[in-house]
Design a binder for this molecule. Structure first.
Ligand SMILES: Cc1cc2nc3c(=O)[nH]c(=O)nc-3n(C[C@H](O)[C@H](O)[C@H](O)COP(=O)(O)OP(=O)(O)OC[C@H]3O[C@@H](n4cnc5c(N)ncnc54)[C@H](O)[C@@H]3O)c2cc1C
Length: 414
């Protein structure tokens, strides 16, 4: 077996998209994943290409809502007491990232990556034979009071300045787009340009098939350490096997910082754990994604069912899941969509890989230019996968990326 040019660590949506982009530039690529393709967050997410989500989570708006949310242990945002001390340094950086000047910088960077990803998406889906999985059903965000709607307006103005189109509406018009909403929702905002994928897990599996059909290899192997070597990088795998390769892409999602540590780099990556329940397809006649922003969850139509999920639990990588969260969201969904059949669902928890300023880390390792980091995409990894893949392929080929990647520098927290 000949040695590949590149090893990608992680077969989630980021790793596989990057692997395919590198392959299409003529590089030979092997992907290593400790469980195989679509094992992590990429399998169970809400399937949205949320190109309009340019506002970082770290923002003054969130700081206002957080105290109320934190009071409810099953609410949209929670910190398990056992993890409160460990998450404190990350929270401090998050709080600093909420300063208005930093938020403006994050919006500009996020917009550039979103634009690149939007432009790259359809060509990437065509190239990988997955275009038929793309849906254009829009998204409807709903509000329970005029006060809640008014509080959302600065965010919409910011999106408007970046060319994002939407329509504010009252209940009657909302009912035409999505019948069956509880009358407690009196205002809404519809984004017709919102795209989604038929099912995120099937999408990643289709990318894996495409990659191997074009000659790529996917191996089940856990990477423990990376070490710069004279003409490349040495990888230590669980079980004691070593590999040597010219370049590495580290795309192990929420676990990436553990591997980066072997290169002497401390990256403040944490996880925002998210929960959902996927109900059978006939659970509700869902015509668009419905976002209950005030409650931190979304109900999404997928080809494999109706997914009710969201929430942020800052609970680290090792605590067991608390599926009472999925149940709490499902109970609310049943109230908000009264004819929803809430039985027969599958529960899931996933690790969003999150940096304190809500931007990903895309760039070279400090100790060697032969390791490229691509992780930390938080709530929008699926959305930003095609753009990230292009940047990674540029870096592997020593080409200049299409956008300025300085704001995504993995070393920006030093
Ligand atoms: C509830 C929820 C809803 C979401 N909804 C959306 C959405 O609608 N739109 C959107 O854009 N994003 C959404 N996201 C975020 C999105 O899912 C993530 O940003 C994205 O999946 C991250 O992809 P990734 O490839 O970096 O990580 P992952 O998909 O987690 O992949 C990382 C891979 O690395 C492997 N790995 C880890 N450690 C090692 C190791 N040591 N050696 C080898 N392999 C290793 C894992 O097995 C895994 O397969 C959501 C997330 C959650 C939790």
């Amino acid at each position: 077996m000949s040695r590949p040019d590149v090893i990608v660590v992680g077969a989630g949506v980021i790793g596989l998209s990057a692997a395919i982009a590198a392959q299409s530039r003529g590089l030979s690529v092997t992907v290593l994943d400790r469980e195989g393709p679509a094992a992590g967050a990429s399998a169970g997410n809400a399937g949205a290409f949320a190109f309009t989500d340019i506002l970082p989570l770290a923002s003054p708006g969130l700081l206002k809502k957080a105290p109320k949310w934190l009071l409810d242990p099953l609410g949209p945002l929670s910190i398990p007491p056992r993890y409160a001390l460990q998450i404190a340094p990350w929270m401090f950086r998050f709080w600093r990232a909420c300063a208005p000047a930093r938020v403006d910088g994050a919006i500009a960077a996020q917009t550039a990556l979103m634009d690149l990803s939007r432009q790259a998406l359809e060509p990437f889906l065509s190239e990988t034979g997955t275009l038929s999985m793309l849906r254009k059903d829009g998204s409807l965000e709903v509000y329970e009071s005029e006060a809640e709607f008014t509080a959302s307006l600065p965010g919409w103005h910011a999106r408007e300045r970046h060319g994002i189109t939407f329509r504010h509406m009252h209940a009657a018009e909302m009912a035409e787009i999505q019948p069956g909403l509880s009358p407690r929702f009196i205002r809404g905002t519809f984004m017709p340009g919102w795209l989604s994928i038929a099912d995120p897990k099937l999408y990643v599996l289709a990318l894996a098939d495409r990659f191997t059909a074009e000659g790529g290899r996917i191996e089940v192997a856990e990477v423990r350490t990376l070490k710069p070597a004279a003409d490349g990088v040495d990888l230590t795998l669980a079980g004691g096997h070593n590999r040597h390769v010219g370049q590495v892409v580290l795309a192990a999602g929420a676990f990436s910082h553990r591997i980066a540590r072997s290169l002497g780099e401390i990256i403040p990556l944490e996880t925002e754990r998210g929960y959902n329940t996927t109900l059978p397809g006939d659970a509700f006649d869902l015509r668009t994604a419905v976002v209950f922003g005030g409650h931190g969850f979304v109900v999404t139509p997928l080809s494999t069912g109706v997914r009710v999920g969201g929430a942020v639990e800052l609970g680290g990588l090792d605590l067991p899941p608390n599926f009472a969260r999925s149940e709490a969201m499902l109970r609310k969904a049943k109230t908000f969509l009264p004819s929803l059949k809430a039985e027969g669902g599958r529960q899931w928890m996933g690790f969003r890989p999150s940096l304190p300023d809500s931007l990903p880390a895309i760039g070279r390792a400090r100790s060697t230019d032969r390791v490229i980091y691509a992780f930390g995409h938080g709530h929008v990894g699926l959305t930003q996968s095609a753009g990230t893949a292009q940047i990674v392929a540029d870096l592997l080929c020593k080409a200049r990326p299409a956008i300025d990647i300085a704001p995504f520098s993995p070393q920006r927290f030093r």
